[in-house]
Design a protein around this ligand. Structure first.
Ligand code: UDP
Length: 334
């Protein structure tokens, strides 16, 4: 049986596809390449199209014997979601509704979903547990939470089996350097810092140094993208064994401040990486750290690359080899 991966040309999607292929899985990718890159695609059956295209979904589900869907395809930037909520509801909620309707029509009842720490909003405790309140502070988190709830009710009504993986901060790249992280424009901390090391930016802005944290900058829990990929594989295995549906945090349970991340990048790259303090970015909680005990106990997940140095090393190796990401052109990343 095959696994359909929506959004399989994106950052986490493409690393998951690679990981699944290494486990001997048969993989079909559906991606509209709005944010994803054709260059990130492994040697798989690829459909260039949208999850809202129900005719295309009919074709895919009738052509292939698919038992499980891993669903990444989504808009995923917090700041953008605040400015363009209609787009986020359209692509994330309506898109998933179309996908789910077609899955159920074709009797495909297992889904692993790319969810997020943004479903929690401001944490009530650190580390965050899955049973904590979910009160998102932005449309991105709201759309992901709405989808999680849709899965719950479809389980009750139609016997859908689901695993929602609530990621904290994905980082790093394929340890063998085949694929990596490339967003345009870039907004994530580690790739931006590495662009400074590559001489593509003069400095990195630290968004706020007056948070209630030890050094005043925001604290995040970074997780290697290949450890995320492994979790998706384990979630498929779990569902294939009729394991219980639910939501699972994925992080390392250890927080790094923005200033600490920059320092690690200085050590790994040997570049001074100038930084300046800038105003806070709206919607940023001071500290987000996961308890991943549930994923460890129920899915049998164990991070292989928990060290931030290793994540930065793998990212740096890829960025050095691909200074313009998947583009072969010399594009301005500022
Ligand atoms: N950040 C920063 N400068 C940047 C980009 C990000 O200080 O140029 C901070 C951001 O405010 C957050 C942390 O780095 O506290 C991680 O941000 P990122 O966008 O990588 O991931 P997010 O936490 O939004 O998922």
């Amino acid at each position: 049986m095959a696994i359909l991966v929506t959004g399989g040309a994106g950052y986490i999607g493409s690393h998951t596809v690679l990981f699944l292929l290494e486990q001997g899985e048969q993989v079909i990718v559906l991606d509209n390449l709005q944010k994803g890159h054709a260059g990130a695609l492994s040697d798989v059956t690829f459909y260039h199209g949208d999850i809202r295209d129900d005719q295309l979904l009919d074709t895919i589900f009738t052509t292939h014997s698919i038992d499980t869907v891993i669903h990444f395809a989504a808009n995923s930037l917090v700041g953008e979601s605040v400015k363009r909520p209609i787009e986020y509801y359209e692509n994330n909620v309506i898109g998933t509704h179309t996908l789910l309707k077609k899955m159920l029509e074709h009797d495909v009842k297992k889904i692993v979903f790319s969810s997020t720490a943004a479903t929690y909003g401001e944490p009530v405790q650190i580390p965050i547990q899955e049973s904590d309140p979910t009160i998102p502070t932005n449309p991105y988190g709201e759309t992901k939470l709405a989808i999680e709830k849709m899965f719950h009710w479809c389980q009750e009504a139609y016997g859908l089996q689901y695993v929602c993986l609530r990621y904290f901060n994905a980082a790093g790249a394929d340890p063998n350097g085949r694929i990596g992280e490339d967003h345009s424009p870039e907004s994530h901390l580690i790739p931006i810092v590495l662009q400074v090391a590559l001489g593509q930016r003069e400095r990195v802005a630290i968004f706020g140094d007056d948070y209630q944290t030890e050094d005043g900058s925001c604290i995040r829990d970074y997780i290697h993208v290949m450890d995320l990929a492994n979790a998706h594989y384990l979630a498929c295995e779990h569902l294939r064994k009729d394991g219980q549906s639910g939501s699972f945090n994925l992080g390392n349970g250890k927080g790094f401040s923005v200033k600490e991340v920059i320092e690690v990048c200085r050590q790994v790259t040997g570049h001074p990486i100038p930084a300046e303090i800038a105003p806070r970015r709206s919607g940023d909680p001071a500290s987000l750290i996961a308890s991943s005990e549930k994923a460890q106990t129920i899915l049998g997940w164990e991070p292989k690359y928990p060290s931030l140095e290793t994540m930065v090393e793998h990212a740096w190796n890829w960025h050095k080899e691909h200074p313009h990401g998947y583009s072969t052109e010399n594009k301005d990343k500022q």
